[in-house]
Design a protein around this ligand. Structure first.
Ligand code: UTP
Length: 290
């Protein structure tokens, strides 16, 4: 079945990057010249997604504005002959069919995804976390969608994380199928003891889920941090049917933490035609003084 729908949860409070997130959603933080969430929408579109639901909250209307038309700005750019900017601005509102729903209480990622139930219906769908940017040759979510085509099971995008950090992530029980593809038969959100660590493979920001996840989420009780965890619901599918895990190719930037933001700015800036050479010289000079 072709996957055409994606859900982008973007309602989290972003407490790890306060005070910036007091009024500005982290999903709108710019990486060089584009807001984080635009990179994520563009990734979904490049993977063949046509319909996107973004989960926001009452403080995040600016995300809706960003993907809307901007008649005043467009007419100004048109009058002043700034056609390149005009095309860029217009392209944003034409990217995909984007709709929005609000998560009224921030009860966790699982609770946010549950808001997508009627949008998704009975089809498998993609989930792209609103604060996780992945720069890759093949769109990361496309790598997962291709794997869904191969095995027909829910798919999680994974990478290995450092042993000292695994307690901040979810840990997966995996067995290699071939190359970068694994069978996943169990998972544990934020393992707190060495016994709870199933491996250093962790779900990072992307998955493809069957619609049965909603029925599971409806009865998933709050877990780690008192939140309804998507991992807890996916665990049920992993144990009963198995899921597939793909160690996706690409560099992932976590815009939900301070260092991730800095890494994204520097590395994306080093590849941006307008900033690459200036930034390279700047970093070299700066490094000499460190
Ligand atoms: P995070 O756990 O990284 O987001 O969720 P958070 O809750 O904003 O983080 P901190 O701990 O307060 O800093 C990953 C993605 O899920 C969304 C977030 O917006 C982010 O894009 N999310 C999280 C929701 O949509 N709703 C929630 O209740 C929680």
């Amino acid at each position: 079945m072709k996957i055409t729908k994606a859900v982008i949860p973007a309602a989290g409070l972003g407490t790890r990057v306060l005070p910036a997130t007091k009024t500005m959603p982290k999903e709108m933080f710019p990486i060089v010249d584009k807001p984080t969430i635009q990179y994520i929408v563009e990734e979904a579109v490049a993977a063949g997604i046509t319909d996107i639901l973004i989960i926001t909250n009452r403080g995040k209307g600016i995300i809706e504005d960003h993907f809307d038309k901007s008649p005043e700005l467009e007419s100004l750019l048109e009058k002043s002959g700034k056609t390149e900017f005009l095309e860029q601005v217009r392209a944003i509102s034409d990217l995909a069919n984007i709709t929005f729903i609000r998560q009224k209480e921030m009860k966790g990622l699982g609770h946010a995804v549950l808001k997508a139930k009627s949008f998704v219906g009975n089809e498998p769908f993609a989930v792209l976390y609103g604060d996780g940017v992945i720069v890759s040759k093949t769109p990361a979510i496309k790598q997962l969608i291709d794997c869904y085509g191969e095995y027909g099971e829910g798919v999680v995008g994974v990478k290995k994380v450092a042993a000292k950090d695994i307690h901040k992530y979810g840990s997966l029980k995996v067995e290699n199928l071939h190359d970068n593809v694994f069978k996943c038969t169990d998972m544990k959100e934020k393992p707190q003891t060495p016994e709870e660590v199933l491996s250093l493979y962790s779900i990072l920001d992307r998955c493809v889920l069957p619609a049965e996840i909603f029925e599971i989420l409806e009865r998933t009780v709050p877990g780690s941090g008192g939140e309804i965890q998507l991992t807890d619901a996916m665990r049920e599918i992993a144990i009963s049917k198995g899921m597939t895990a793909v160690e996706f190719e690409g560099k992932r930037y976590d815009i939900g933490n301070k260092f991730g933001i800095l890494q994204a700015q520097i590395e994306v800036g080093l590849n941006h035609p307008e900033t690459a050479s200036l930034l390279k010289d700047y970093i070299k000079n700066l490094a000499n003084s460190l």
